[in-house]
Write a protein that binds this ligand. Structure first.
Ligand code: BES
Ligand code: MN
Ligand code: MN
Length: 490
């Protein structure tokens, strides 16, 4: 439809003014490479939805600021009332955007927010998943501005959760609002916004199993990942799995004088360090027997495609950085402690030492299998002078979105329309363990259409989210619905 594309360009010129920065940026991208996938209908819808977004963009941002002010830290029980406040905020916004139903479901942990809008029982249903909980903001002193007092600077919004995941799931509520306001929602929508993602989604599995009917959908759409760059759109088609354990090494039954006993009695901190050091050889390979047995080997073509990322990081590629953070598993100590760590010096031979160890998994490793292999090996390498306990924490399976699925194609077309460039499928290093469970329990695939950037600083001090990315996401999501509904009909 060359005519309609020309119209859209004209439309952009008309609405892009000096005070409308993100639209200026959009114009730039549209100029570079024009979208090709619009039907006349979606083009018209796109324009009216775009007008709506533009007319309400200031309010959208103010609402996100209000949400970011709520310190919904799931890991810390002191924030429990804030978790409920955040859930209520999300419920209210889903309701106000036009849902038929918006509710809070209690769980034994933090509540789940559920919402739905059915336009036509025959139309496909898209389940939007996201999480309103955030990582702890510690260490506070490393933030340039307080983590729960959102600040806009250099076209970015700074706050804990700005990108992970409040800024990202909020785009879906605003895209839904824009479609509802234009009476042009092409799919049925379900929302499931949980409050325990950052602590392992312990109670979401049971919630999903108990509410299969409520959550019945054709696909799951998630924005909780990143793109390569604002002019290099990409879709993460892989997430790594996770095995997370805590180990405890005990020597003597109490702390001892390190002069009187040192040299004779095993020091569990020393022993733990040696044990951990032995988990990798000099090449960085993990030494746990059987650890790599089920790691899927990629074909040469798949590896070439993976290493063909268009960004100029020759050194990074050379040392296989891309493969190491996507298709290879890891083992990392997240924390280690024991003995005296207070001020000054205390001569003591500690009784206990601890470490928290995570392993990122790739297809076809399973968290249970790796947990068992780790536990057996760690017991085996312990010298007789100490006792070892391995306590499992949360885990999850890796996940891959097939690029020949309708949901992937719809997301790719939506991104191509919005960015003016086809997205590159990438394999991400992070984990969203619940995604594999969705497939097991609900029998549907997920598509990870995220809009973050590597510079956003997830889980770090000064986390931020680009305003371009926030608005770009709101603009792209309606296009996903359009393409998905159309492709499902074919
Ligand atoms: N949104 C992230 C996962 C992510 C980040 C995926 C960037 C891809 C790119 C999610 O909130 C997260 O932090 N997940 C945890 C796992 C969870 C079990 C605590 C992670 O990956 O460490
Ligand atoms: Mn997240
Ligand atoms: Mn996270």
């Amino acid at each position: 439809m060359p005519g309609s594309i020309k119209n859209r360009d004209r439309f952009y010129r008309a609405i892009a003014g000096p005070d409308k920065i993100s639209l200026g940026a959009i114009l730039y991208f549209y100029g570079a490479d024009r979208p090709r996938h619009f039907s006349f209908h979606s083009d018209t819808v796109f324009m009216s939805v775009q007008t709506y977004i533009n007319d309400h963009k200031a309010r959208f941002l103010e609402e996100l600021i209000d949400l970011l002010k709520i310190p919904s830290v799931s890991a810390d029980s002191r924030f429990k009332p804030d978790m409920l406040r955040a859930a209520e905020f999300v419920r209210d916004k889903i309701r106000d955007a036009g849902a038929d139903r918006a509710e809070i479901f209690e769980t034994p942990g933090h509540p789940v927010v559920y919402g739905e809008k059915t336009i036509d029982p025959e139309a496909p249903t898209v389940l939007i998943y996201g999480h309103y909980d955030v990582q702890p903001a510690d260490p506070y002193e490393l933030w340039d501005s307080p983590p729960f007092e959102p600040l806009i600077k250099n076209e970015r919004i700074y706050a804990r959760g700005a990108c992970d995941d409040k800024g990202q799931f909020y785009m879906h509520i605003k895209a839904f609002e824009a479609l509802m306001a234009n009476k042009s929602l092409p799919c049925n929508v379900r929302f499931m916004i949980e409050g325990e993602e950052e602590i392992g989604s312990d109670h979401l599995g049971a919630f999903v199993r108990e509410n299969r009917e409520l959550l019945r959908a054709d696909t799951i759409l998630i924005s909780d990942t990143s793109i390569i760059a604002n002019d290099v759109p990409s879709i993460e088609v892989g997430l790594r799995g996770l095995t997370y354990v805590e180990v405890e090494v005990t020597g003597a039954n109490r702390d001892l004088h390190s002069g009187v006993y040192g040299g004779a009695v095993a020091n569990p901190v020393n022993v733990l360090c040696e044990m951990i050091a032995s988990l990798k050889d000099e090449n960085g390979h993990i030494t746990i027997p059987g650890f790599y047995d089920n790691v899927a080997e990629l074909s040469d073509e798949e590896r070439a495609a993976l290493n063909d990322a268009p960004f100029d990081l020759a050194a990074y590629k050379q040392d296989l950085g891309i493969e190491r953070t996507s298709i290879r598993p890891t083992l990392d100590v997240n924390g280690i402690w024991g003995g005296y760590t207070g001020e000054g010096a205390k001569t003591v031979l500690p009784s206990k030492a601890y470490a928290k160890i995570s392993m990122r998994l790739v297809p076809n490793q399973t968290d249970k299998e790796i947990e068992a292999l780790f536990t057996r090996h760690f017991q085996q390498i312990a010298p007789p002078s100490v006792k070892v306990k391995v306590k499992p924490h949360h885990g999850g399976l890796p996940y891959v979105t097939p690029t020949d699925s309708i949901e992937y194609k719809a997301a790719a077309l939506a991104m191509e329309d919005a960015f003016g460039k086809a997205p590159i499928p990438t394999r991400g290093g992070g984990s969203i363990p619940i995604v594999a469970l969705f497939e097991q329990v609900l029998g549907v695939k997920s598509v990870l259409m995220g809009f973050g950037l590597d510079i956003d600083g997830l889980h770090s001090p000064n986390e931020s989210f680009g305003l371009f990315n926030f608005y770009k996401g709101i603009e792209t999501i309606p296009l996903f619905f359009e393409h998905y509904a159309r492709l499902k009909k074919q």
